[in-house]
Design a binder for this molecule. Structure first.
Ligand code: ADP
Ligand code: MG
Ligand code: MG
Length: 876
């Protein structure tokens, strides 16, 4: 039998998400549990994949199967597709496995044409409704299928409203809408060159194809990249008979959450519009009413809806986000899904669900997106300054967090300004999916229109970006890039602060303070710690960062980069002197100046880490990074060293390398200048001895890490310098302190010969930044120039510097672990590249059997949670 590409809602269920997409699977599930769902069918994600395989065509077989299901739908609904007397009108809706809000487009009222609408207008006695449906259909179809562009139609609507002297769409009459439909079709013809399609079958195939096609639109591609959704999944298409919320005042449409998605409060939350259809609620065309008012307008439908909410929550064991329509007082459910929520709400809901006995601790841990924790850790407004700063306005608290930045008025400006390092607040009338990248670049978003479920609000919550919406009090002048509020004009570049938790808007910049882990956050992290196996360390170079990371739960330092301390103003002269020395003696003299400073740094870090393990990496970057470029500095260095300016310039010129990242750096420095390694060893060991003496109850075991090893003899050589120096100091101190010497694995050759290297190493730490760079053969600093082309052509789906390339680089890591443990069963294994804080990479590290991951302080909680999720998934 050939493959089945189409399923009736009654044939599916919630577990068929891969095939039916999230929306389709849940429509099927709601159908199964007996909820009022307009019936229809789902065209599978495999049909989408097939469409791309067939060169972007829907094969005749699949087309035939779709039409077969239209016939089945006709049987179920008693209506007929394209029939004049009793027409079947449908919506065509996309739905991928993971919900991608606003990324794909929906077409409503498909099946209408001039003949059908005329009869429908007459027979229903409600011509306004019939023409409203038709003009909406032309509008959506033109936009989605033929890509004519929304704005032309919106202009026509605005002109019509102006001509009629009305402000709201609902005030337009049947005649007005009929006239509009005519104008729309003319617009269509002028843009496309052919008449608007009248054959419902042709309309349907066009719409299905448009949904498939939208899987590959630029917005969808960006969203997928940001959310780790593979391109290969494809999207399903749902074809569903229409429920009409636009037949009059006993009709309407709404969206609601079973709990508050901003705070997590257990209370129905949502919005509703009477006599409206589809996206009217979220598009900000009219300002919707809070869901509670629905109780007054439609008491029966509302009571039923409340029951449905309860039922769905109990069924899915999670907060639900639902879309529904009321047609002549009767409720229809159009969608349910686990609702997107702010990070704070996610934590509260998880804890509440555990307390309500709906889920267990592991499920609570699994339901939180680790990446979302980021925002909770970032600064909040300084409460003291906040109290004193006058509030200039207040609107809807759409997505929490504190934002402070300069005003910009377009998404492009937001992106451009952010790229040059400015903090910006994006102020818009309303946002649309085209604005995503600008919204991402902004500290916060302020919109004039739109409610809590507007595009801006939903997307901002998803991104964890602060958003205040519906700030109607301002007079916007987008063209001149300014707005007016209470007599004051705000221009592009002026500072503005927003509080997305309270909805308040402040004139000027308010300083922010660091966040801490407590309450529900702490509770969930406690559960995560209980279930994870991987340890989580941090990459920290200063006592401040180390202490910060400790408060976030770091269990040690996986990477302390010693060179970061060399750039201080009071140190750089000594390091320059060291670099420009001609003899070993001169160099040692300069190093002697640096040694006490390094020792002091290490003591500070050891103190901050309170006896937890600390891996200190020896000098890594090419030396030319430290030499002066300014004439004054060169002169000063020459004077200090008793050399001429010409001599110093010659030395600097001599340090020039064609490819410094593959040049004289890492352990190669210690091979040429072993005295550097000796000095760093002294600083590490002396610091550890001192701290151990001060804290007898701590067990100090310094870890020394040699970077950029590619050959075991390199490591052996540098290690001999370290061991000789360290043993002597420890002996002199009369101590029996242990220490470890290990290496970074960041050159493919090191991974390939890891069995040899492991004989000389106490630990490996995978430096996946360099390892990625060297494995791919392109640098992190240059890849940005061409990676976009690679994304466009689907050669790579993600930035390999952000998300570990498990296929290639991961294979090297896995191989090095296995080879290393073969010759050194006690080998300790960790990762210290950027990937240590990326959830999917953390999962890889868990599976590969590493002992720990190490990441920047703010990502420590993310790694803890991701490690727990990996362990929980693994145990299942
Ligand atoms: P999105 O994924 O962007 O939310 P949907 O497919 O859910 O898109 O469609 C958007 C809106 O269109 C729905 O919320 C609903 O209001 C309306 N809609 C879709 N299908 C129907 C239908 N069969 N009857 C009535 N309204 C519908
Ligand atoms: Mg939509
Ligand atoms: Mg929807």
């Amino acid at each position: 039998m050939s493959k089945k590409y189409v399923y009736l809602f009654s044939e599916g269920n919630a577990n068929m998400r891969e095939l039916l997409g999230g929306k389709g699977a849940n429509l099927a599930e709601m159908t199964n549990i007996g909820l009022p769902v307009p019936q229809g069918f789902t065209i599978t994600t495999e049909a989408c994949t097939q469409y791309y395989e067939d060169g972007r065509k829907i094969s005749p077989e699949i087309q035939a199967e779709i039409m077969e299901y239209i016939t089945k739908m006709e049987g179920i609904t008693g209506k007929k597709f394209g029939d004049l007397e009793n027409p079947l009108l449908v919506s065509v809706r996309s739905g991928a496995r993971a919900s991608m809000p606003g990324m794909m487009d929906t077409i409503l009222n498909l099946g209408l044409n001039e003949d059908v609408v005329e009869v429908m207008a007459k027979k229903s006695g409600n011509p306004r409704w019939a023409w409203d449906c038709y003009r909406r259909f032309i509008q959506m179809y033109s936009d989605v299928v033929m890509e004519v562009g929304k704005k032309y139609f919106e202009q026509l609507i605005d002109q019509m409203k102006e001509a009629r002297g009305v402000t709201q769409d609902v005030e337009l009459t049947a005649e007005d809408l009929k006239e509009l439909a005519g104008q729309f079709k003319a617009e269509y013809k002028s843009k496309i060159g052919t008449d608007f399609p009248t054959d419902p079958k042709e309309q349907l195939m066009g719409a299905v194809q448009a949904v498939f096609r939208s899987w590959d639109n630029p917005r969808a591609n960006v969203y997928r990249r940001d959310n780790d959704i593979p391109y290969s999944w494809g999207t399903a298409v749902n074809v569903q008979s229409m429920a009409f919320g636009n037949m009059g005042d006993d009709c309407g449409t709404g969206v609601a959450f079973t709990r508050n998605p901003a705070t997590g409060e257990k209370k129905l939350f949502g919005e509703f519009l009477t006599n409206a259809q589809g996206e009217d609620v979220v598009a900000g065309v009219r300002t919707p009413m809070p869901i509670s008012q629905m109780a007054e307008k439609f008491p029966e439908a509302f009571a039923q809806f409340q029951n449905v909410c309860q039922l769905l929550e109990n069924h899915y064991h999670d907060m639900q986000d639902m879309e529904f329509t009321v047609e002549n007082g009767k409720l229809y459910m159009l969608q349910t899904r686990n609702g997107k929520r702010t990070p704070a709400a996610a934590l509260k809901i998880a804890c509440d669900l555990v307390d309500e006995g709906m889920i267990d601790e592991k499920q609570a841990v699994a339901m939180i997106d680790p990446r979302s924790l980021d925002t909770l850790l970032h600064p909040q407004f300084d409460a003291e300054v906040l109290k004193k700063t006058p509030v200039i306005g207040s609107a809807l608290a759409a997505s929490p967090g504190a934002a402070c930045g300069k005003i910009v008025f377009t998404a492009d400006d937001a992106k451009a300004w952010a790229e040059r390092g400015e903090k910006v607040v994006l102020v818009r009338l309303e946002t649309s999916p085209e604005d995503i990248e600008g919204m991402k670049a902004a500290q916060g978003i302020l919109t004039v229109r739109g409610g809590m479920t507007s595009h801006a609000a939903v997307v901002a919550r998803g991104m964890g970006t602060c958003c205040v919406s519906g700030f109607g009090a301002i007079k916007m002048d987008e063209e001149n890039k300014c707005f007016e509020l209470g007599g004051k004009v705000f221009h592009e570049g002026d500072w503005l602060s927003l509080d997305g938790s309270t909805g308040k808007i402040y004139d000027g910049a308010i300083p922010t303070v660091d966040a801490s882990i407590g309450g529900e956050f702490g509770r969930v992290m406690g559960w995560a710690d209980k279930y994870r196996r991987l340890k989580v360390r941090t990459n920290a170079d200063t006592p401040h960062d180390a202490a910060q990371a400790r408060t976030f739960g770091a269990e040690g330092i996986g990477l302390c980069r010693t060179e970061h301390m060399f750039f201080d103003e009071d140190r750089i002269p000594a390091i320059r002197e060291m670099i420009c020395s001609d003899t070993v003696e001169q160099r040692e003299k300069a190093l002697a100046k640096l040694e006490p400073m390094q020792q002091g740094d290490f003591e500070g870090i050891y103190e901050a880490m309170e006896g937890l393990p600390v891996t200190i990496r020896f000098l890594d970057p090419p030396l030319h990074e430290f030499v002066p470029t300014e004439e004054d500095d060169i002169e000063k260095l020459a004077a200090d060293m008793g050399k001429t300016v010409t001599e110093i310039k010659a030395i600097i010129a001599g340090l020039h390398e064609f490819n410094p990242m593959m040049g004289h750096r890492g352990c190669r420095l210690a091979v040429t200048y072993p005295e550097i390694a000796a000095m760093q060893t002294r600083a590490v060991i002396k610091a550890a001895l001192n701290v151990q003496a001060k804290h007898p109850d701590w067990n100090m075991v310094p870890e020394i890490m040699i970077p950029l090893v590619g050959e075991v003899k390199e490591l052996k050589y540098v290690k001999s310098v370290v061991v000789e120096t360290a043993d002597k100091l420890i002996k002199e101190a009369g101590s029996d302190m242990k220490y470890l010497v290990g290496t970074m694995i960041e050159i493919p050759r090191a991974a390939l010969t890891a069995d040899e290297i492991a004989k000389q190493a106490d630990f490996f730490s995978f430096g996946t930044n360099d390892l990625t760079q060297m494995t791919f053969g392109f640098s992190r600093d240059d890849a940005g120039k061409f990676l976009d082309a690679y994304y466009d052509r689907k050669i790579y789906e993600n930035d390999p510097f952000a998300k570990l390339d498990q296929t290639g680089v991961g294979r090297l890591v896995d191989m090095a672990c296995k080879l290393g443990r073969k010759t050194n069963p006690d080998l300790h294994l960790g990762i210290c590249g950027e990937h240590g804080g990326d959830p999917s990479s953390v999962e890889f590290c868990h599976r590969t059997g590493l002992d720990y991951v190490s990441c920047s302080p703010f990502r420590v909680p993310i790694a803890r949670l991701a490690a727990a999720q990996a362990a929980i998934k693994d145990a299942q």
